[in-house]
Design a protein around this ligand. Structure first.
Ligand SMILES: NC(=O)c1ccc[n+]([C@@H]2O[C@H](COP(=O)([O-])OP(=O)(O)OC[C@H]3O[C@@H](n4cnc5c(N)ncnc54)[C@H](OP(=O)(O)O)[C@@H]3O)[C@@H](O)[C@H]2O)c1
Length: 350
C-alpha cells in the first residue's frame, strides 16, 4: 500500500524515553533518558505510525528492562521503553490501520511509535475511550477475566483471595469473582485501599499486608480455607496463602511483583508441599496467549460495567516526564486502580 500521511513527517519530531542502563531495584531517573527532537520513522509496508495519546503502566514493564529470560525479549539499551498505549494513525502503509483510527499496541514510552500488522496491534475504530480501554477492556481486563474464569475456574460459593487487590488487574479479578458468586478477600497495602475494596467494590473482606498479620487474618476471614488464590505478587504472601488452601484449590499465578525488582532468584515458596496435601494446582498463564478473545471478553466486561457490577478507576500521570514515577508507584504501592500516562498534551516539533 502507498504511504498515506496526515502530518508532515519531516517537520514533526518524536519525544521518547529510552533505556540507558539496566535498573537495579526501582527504576532510577538516570536509568532512562528523555530524548527530544528525534526524527520520525517512516512506516514500511504493513506498518503504521501512531501519535500516542495514552500509555498504560503495567508492572510487567519492569521485567522487560532486565536481561533475565522472559516471555518477550528484553528492551535493548537505547530503545524506547516498551509499554502498552493507544494512539491515532498519522501515517500508514497498512490497510488494517486507516488514517485517523485509534490503535491499541505496545508502542512504548514515546509520543510517536510504529506498529506492525501483527495480532497484538488491535485496531479500535475512530471513537474510543482510551483510559477505559487501558483500565478495563484491554490487556488488564483480559488478564483478570482469563485468570479468574479459565485458570481459576471459580464457581458459586468459592472462597477467593486476590493479592494486589486494589491494583489494576486485582481490582477487576476480585469483582469478577464476586459476579460469579464467590466470597472474595482482597489483600492490599493501604487503609484507603481496604475501604475502596470493601465499600465501593463490595468485597467481603480485606487485609492490609503492611499492617496486618496476613496469616492470622486469612485464618479469620477464610474459615473454610481458600478455593482460589489469584496471585499478583508471589513472595511471602503466596507462602501464607498456600498454608490456607482448601482441598482441590487452584492457585492462579498471574504475576510476582514482589520479586521483579530483585537481583537474584528468590527462594521458592516454602509451603509448596501444601499443594500435595490439598490436592491443589498452581498454574501460570499469560493474557498474550488469549489475545484472540479480546473482542469477546471486552463485550462481557462492558456488559458487566453497564450493569454497574464492574467498576474501575484510573490514576493519571501527566506527560512522559512522569513515566519513571508512574512505573515505580506500582512497586511502592502508591497507585490505586489502573495507572496511565496522558501524553496527548506533549509538545513536539509538529
Ligand atoms: N499473566 C499476565 O498475562 C499478566 C498481565 C498483566 C499483569 N500481570 C501481573 O499482574 C500483577 C499486577 O500488575 P498490574 O500492572 O495490574 O499492577 P497493579 O496491581 O496496578 O500495581 C501493582 C500493585 O502491587 C502491589 N505490590 C507491589 N509490591 C508488592 C509487594 N512486594 N508485596 C505485595 N504487594 C505488592 C501494590 O499494591 P499494595 O501496596 O496495595 O499491595 C501495587 O499497587 C503483576 O504481577 C503483573 O506482572 C500479569
Amino acid at each position: 500500500m502507498d504511504l498515506q500521511t496526515a502530518i508532515d513527517l519531516d517537520a514533526a519530531t518524536n519525544r521518547r524515553v529510552v533505556l540507558r542502563r539496566r535498573p537495579e531495584g526501582l527504576l532510577a531517573a538516570d536509568d532512562v533518558e528523555l530524548e527530544e527532537g528525534v526524527p520520525l520513522p517512516v512506516p514500511a509496508e504493513g506498518e503504521a505510525l501512531l501519535e500516542l495519546d495514552w500509555i498504560g503502566i503495567d508492572a510487567t514493564v519492569r521485567t522487560w528492562l532486565s536481561k533475565a529470560e522472559g516471555y518477550l525479549p528484553a528492551v535493548e539499551l537505547g530503545e524506547a521503553v516498551r509499554a502498552s498505549g493507544i494512539g491515532r494513525v498519522v501515517a500508514t502503509r497498512a490497510e488494517r490501520f486507516p488514517l485517523g483510527h485509534a490503535v491499541y499496541a505496545l508502542p512504548g514510552w514515546q509520543r510517536y511509535g510504529l506498529v506492525r500488522d501483527d495480532p497484538l496491534a488491535t485496531p479500535l475504530g475512530e471513537d474510543v475511550d482510551a483510559p477505559a480501554l487501558l483500565a478495563l477492556y484491554g490487556a488488564t481486563g483480559l488478564t483478570a477475566y482469563v485468570g479468574m474464569i479459565d485458570v481459576g475456574q471459580v464457581g458459586e460459593g468459592d472462597t477467593v483471595v486476590v493479592s494486589a487487590a486494589a491494583g489494576a488487574t486485582g481490582s477487576l479479578a476480585g469483582q469478577i469473582a464476586k459476579i460469579k458468586g464467590c466470597r472474595v478477600i482482597g489483600i492490599c497495602g493501604r487503609d484507603d485501599k481496604v475501604h475502596w475494596l470493601l465499600d465501593d467494590l463490595g468485597l467481603d473482606g480485606a487485609i492490609n499486608h503492611r499492617t496486618d498479620d496476613v496469616r492470622a487474618r486469612l485464618r479469620e476471614l477464610c474459615p473454610d480455607r481458600v478455593d482460589v488464590y489469584f496471585d499478583n505478587v508471589g513472595g511471602p504472601i503466596l507462602d501464607a496463602v498456600l498454608d490456607r488452601l482448601a482441598m482441590h484449590a487452584r492457585v492462579v499465578l498471574c504475576g510476582a511483583i514482589a520479586i521483579y525488582n530483585e537481583r537474584g532468584r528468590p527462594p521458592g515458596p516454602s509451603n509448596y508441599f501444601q499443594l500435595i496435601n490439598r490436592r491443589a494446582r498452581m498454574q501460570g498463564f499469560l493474557s498474550l496467549d488469549h489475545w484472540d478473545r479480546f473482542g469477546e471478553v471486552a463485550a462481557t466486561l462492558g456488559a458487566w460495567a453497564a450493569e454497574g457490577k464492574l467498576k474501575y478507576r484510573t490514576q493519571v500521570y501527566e506527560g512522559l516526564d512522569s513515566a519513571v514515577d508512574a512505573l515505580n508507584a506500582l512497586f511502592t504501592g502508591d497507585n490505586i486502580g489502573k495507572t496511565v500516562i496522558r501524553v496527548s498534551e506533549e509538545k513536539t516539533g509538529r
